[in-house]
Design a protein around this ligand. Structure first.
Ligand SMILES: Cc1cc2nc3c(=O)[nH]c(=O)nc-3n(C[C@H](O)[C@H](O)[C@H](O)COP(=O)(O)OP(=O)(O)OC[C@H]3O[C@@H](n4cnc5c(N)ncnc54)[C@H](O)[C@@H]3O)c2cc1C
Length: 486
């Protein structure tokens, strides 16, 4: 039996079959002893706690659907966010509800899952409990940490106060309000209106897709009297690092054709309420710097006291178990899952989160049913980035190999259809899938894209949009509702 043996831990009124994996050793036994000691009399199901209901957390919970366990999934929000489509919310192409899925609805058919809204802050190891921000605690026998990532401003002066991150649904809704408000004011000012400058920092897939969508928004919503200029700033010498140079060049040519001012080899040096300064010294007047230039592991990983790598991601072994804590697993962006032969942490991408989340859930289910753990293997299915309506670049692996090696390159409408199919398949909830599909089809065939409305009345709109009306990003994911200093 692969170096494993079956042991029965006998407690008053309970006999737990326990499979001692030779690699897990004594700690697994301690874990079960703690669990058994909790019971007092009569069997109690193990408690599995999942922190974060992103791609990783949802898939971990789903992998536990047949487990004889009580699963609690705790998240700061009562909904799951489909982050890859946030830019479509901020540019008015999708409604917030279409990329958010209510967690209680997602799990209504999974009887062993309970949803708890709360913000995890730290772990109480001796008590086997997670402490929430409001001081309450959630006990666990097994813990899966899947708290995702957050914007990383890399200490760029002024960016924390004046940049617009695009990481959460509230971020996207705030940005949408800001952009629509800007268009409204420029329209009211008439021909004399100054151009609206939007700077997008970061030329990865998020920055490229956001810049492309902004040009469509400008064309379809701004009207002839209003000029919306988009500048995309990328630190390296090409867009879409991680794609082939051919796809990078296609993206560059395409965005420039759409009117995006692409600055390669430059960084945003600092920002204030009215300007950004680029590394070449140029100052651009703008109240809208969209930050797509970097993320880091969620800072909650520090509070949990687990071993982290230099980037704040939780160190896990080949089975996604946290070293020295056999009852704790980590998955998704927050975990530094690696893959031989490179040994480098896998990228912060949705497919990695989905697969690591599923694997972590399966490992806990295996522990509960006394089976040995298995190693995680990432299956890279390719990359895709949208350049605009009906246009994308896709790269796919034809032969299995290390992550990031793609042999097939597709561009244009076919790539866009692939992107559309993938997003529909992975969107959470049938209703969302249907709505988004209908929405996209309507917008594609009618060329009527951005259809968002401003909820504010005229007198509540920001008087001067070059002075940012944003509610600044705060590290705790909340926002401080500050009116502009005019
Ligand atoms: C704008 C944008 C576009 C992207 N586009 C793509 C793309 O096109 N393709 C792609 O593959 N990837 C893309 N990504 C990356 C992808 O979305 C992430 O890799 C993926 O969402 C990670 O999943 P996760 O479950 O690890 O974390 P998340 O999806 O971030 O989920 C983490 C969850 O944890 C919760 N949480 C955080 N802290 C706490 C706490 N202290 N207590 C309780 N709950 C907490 C959060 O509320 C959240 O629900 C994009 C990301 C962004 C931001």
């Amino acid at each position: 039996m692969d170096g494993s043996s079956v042991i029965f831990i006998v407690m008053p009124g309970i006999a737990l079959p326990y499979l001692a994996d030779s690699r897990s050793g004594r700690k697994d036994r301690d874990m079960h002893t703690t669990f058994a000691a909790r019971q007092g009399s009569g069997p109690v199901r193990p408690r599995v706690l999942i922190v974060g209901a992103g791609f990783a957390g949802l898939n971990a919970a789903r992998a536990l659907r047949h487990a004889d366990a009580d699963v609690t999934i705790v998240d700061g929000h009562d909904y799951h966010t489909f982050q890859p489509l946030l830019y479509q919310v901020s540019t008015g192409y999708l409604a917030p509800e279409e990329v958010g899925a209510a967690l209680r609805a997602v799990f209504r058919r999974q009887a062993n899952v309970r949803v708890r809204v709360g913000k995890a802050t730290r772990l109480d190891y001796p008590g086997r409990a997670l402490v929430l921000q409001d001081g309450s605690t959630l006990g666990f026998d097994y813990l899966i940490v899947a708290a995702g990532a957050e914007a990383n401003f890399f200490g760029v002066p002024g960016m924390h106060e004046h940049g617009w991150p695009l990481y959460t649904l509230p971020d996207a809704v705030r940005l949408r309000r800001h952009l629509l408000s800007a268009l409204e004011h420029a329209t009211a000012a008439g021909p004399a209106a100054a151009p609206i400058n939007v700077v997008v920092a970061g030329g990865g897939p998020t920055g490229v897709e956001t810049a492309g969508a902004l040009t469509s928004m400008a064309r379809e919503l701004a009207g002839p009297a209003v000029t919306l200029r988009v500048t995309l700033v990328e630190a390296t010498s090409r867009l879409l690092n991680g794609f082939s140079t051919h796809s990078s060049q296609t993206a560059l040519a395409d965005l420039r054709r759409r009117g995006v001012d692409v600055r390669l080899g430059q960084t945003v040096q600092d920002a204030d309420a009215r300007h950004v300064t680029l590394s070449g010294g140029e100052r651009i007047q703008t109240g809208t710097v969209i930050w797509a230039a970097g993320v880091k592991a969620n800072s909650v990983s520090r509070g949990l006291g687990l071993k982290m790598n230099d980037h704040g991601r939780i160190v896990v072994d080949s089975r996604l178990q946290v070293p020295d804590h056999p009852e704790v697993f980590a998955a998704g962006d927050v975990a530094a899952a690696t893959q031989p032969p490179s040994g480098q942490p896998l990228p912060m991408l949705a497919p990695v989160a989905i697969q690591t989340g599923r694997h972590a859930g399966q490992q806990v289910a295996r522990l509960i049913s006394g089976k040995p753990l298995t190693d995680f293997r990432y299956r890279d299915k390719g990359v895709v980035a949208v350049l605009g309506r009906g246009d994308a670049v896709t790269e796919l692996p034809l032969i299995p190999g290390p992550p990031g090696r793609y042999q097939l390159r597709i561009g244009g409408r076919l790539a866009w259809l692939l992107w559309l199919g993938v997003h529909i398949v992975y969107l959470i909830g049938f209703r969302n899938r249907l709505q988004v599909l209908i929405d996209w089809a309507w917008k594609y065939f009618t060329s009527r894209g951005a259809g968002a409305i401003l909820l504010e009345q005229a007198q509540d709109l920001t008087p001067d949009i070059t002075v940012t009306d944003r509610m600044p990003f705060s590290a705790d994911g909340g926002s401080r509702n500050r009116r502009p200093a005019i």
